[in-house]
Design a protein around this ligand. Structure first.
Ligand code: SF4
Ligand code: SF4
Length: 349
């Protein structure tokens, strides 16, 4: 048995999921499409070896809301929850030091003052007590749309707020699963790995230096794109009504870490460039500023597509000839009286 970083195997886990960061709740909605595994299977105890899971998410929770819903969060914040918890943050963290006389975003009210409890207060209380901290979606991981240049709320990703040296009570760094929204199975697969780790039967999930699961974000969109052969053969689309490579239409796939074309979106279907959409780099730390304007050709693409043109066009011509030949049976196969189909009479010894 693998032991957890704390040396204790966990039998029951709460998932305290706050989507009151600057967000559209798109990651919560996305998770409902997961199938590897489905959130229902994890919560319903249908996966052998996982701890019992109590999910607290305002959209997916079976409880109705109000204080009944907030109870586990309040208990987690004071260290009084009856079992370890995973803290999931959805949405970016606004800077409440520059909120003027108001506040940017809140989750419930302070029971003593009646004032809104701002997100930073929840993070300060929950993150150090959590077995693991997970940032879901590009807003929570890197800031995303809310943190683009001109950002009036001072919004930032969770690692910017807590610092990259942060370690949870379970001894883990922040686990960042970007995507706008997150690919549903990327989240569920990472959560399941984490829960097996909590149960003491798996090592911690391997992460890169940005806290991303390595097996999900180690390759580029281009590596897994259905149109990659088009790129290699200089077969470029000039509008969206084409099945050719979209790099000249503005696709950033060759330099973006994301597995969506390989994995698809729901049940293996979809995956931006596979189905005609350019990759706008929504998983990347520099999104959106570094990739705008979206419809323009990425800087390196002009040179790379020009360099590949003569080679790719020649290779495509050669492959077309070979493909034509490969689509014919060998010449000795035919329907004639004389058998010349490769038959050889067995020789007697
Ligand atoms: S459409 Fe994008 S990801 Fe796909 S082959 Fe072309 S450049 Fe690469
Ligand atoms: S392929 Fe590009 S746009 Fe699509 S999810 Fe991945 S990073 Fe985002």
């Amino acid at each position: 048995m693998t032991t957890t970083t704390t040396g204790k195997a966990v039998e029951e886990v709460h998932i305290l999921w706050i989507s009151e960061g600057m967000s559209c709740d798109g990651d919560t909605v996305s998770i409902t499409a997961a199938s590897q595994p489905a959130i229902e299977d994890v919560v319903g105890g249908l996966i052998p070896g996982l701890p019992k899971v109590h999910l607290h998410n305002k959209v997916l929770s079976p409880t109705l809301g109000g204080e009944e819903f907030l109870g586990p969060f309040r208990a987690g914040a004071t260290g009084e929850l009856d079992a370890p918890f995973v803290f999931v943050l959805e949405g970016s963290v606004p800077n409440e030091k520059i909120n003027g006389d108001g506040y940017w975003t809140s989750f419930g009210n302070d029971l003593l003052t009646g004032e809104p409890l701002t997100l930073d207060r929840w993070i300060d209380a929950l993150a150090p007590r959590a077995f693991a901290v997970v940032a879901v979606g590009t807003c929570a991981t890197f800031g995303g749309i809310h943190a683009m240049q001109g950002n009036p709320t001072g919004a930032m990703g969770l690692s910017d707020y807590l610092g990259t040296d942060f370690r949870s009570a379970g001894g883990l760094p922040i686990i960042n699963i970007p995507g706008c929204p997150v690919q549903p199975d990327n989240f569920m697969e990472t959560l399941t790995w984490l829960l097996f780790h909590a149960a003491g039967t798996a090592p911690p999930p391997p992460l890169d230096d940005l806290g991303r699961p390595t097996w999900l974000f180690g390759s580029t969109v281009h590596d897994g794109c259905d149109r990659a052969a088009g790129y290699e053969q200089a077969d470029f689309a000039h509008d969206y009504n084409s099945s050719k490579c979209l790099v000249k239409a503005g696709c950033w796939g060759p330099v973006v870490n994301c597995n969506v074309p390989k994995r698809g979106w729901m049940g293996g279907i979809g995956g931006c460039p596979n189905v005609g959409g350019i990759c706008i780099a929504c998983t990347m730390p520099g999104f959106p500023d570094k990739f705008m304007p979206f419809m323009d050709m990425p800087p390196g693409a002009t040179l790379s597509s020009a360099l590949i043109k003569p080679y790719g066009a020649f290779i495509k011509r050669m492959r077309d000839i070979t493909n034509h030949t490969a689509n014919r049976e060998p010449k000795w196969r035919h329907n004639r009286d004389k058998i010349t189909t490769g038959y050889r009479k067995a020789e007697r010894r």
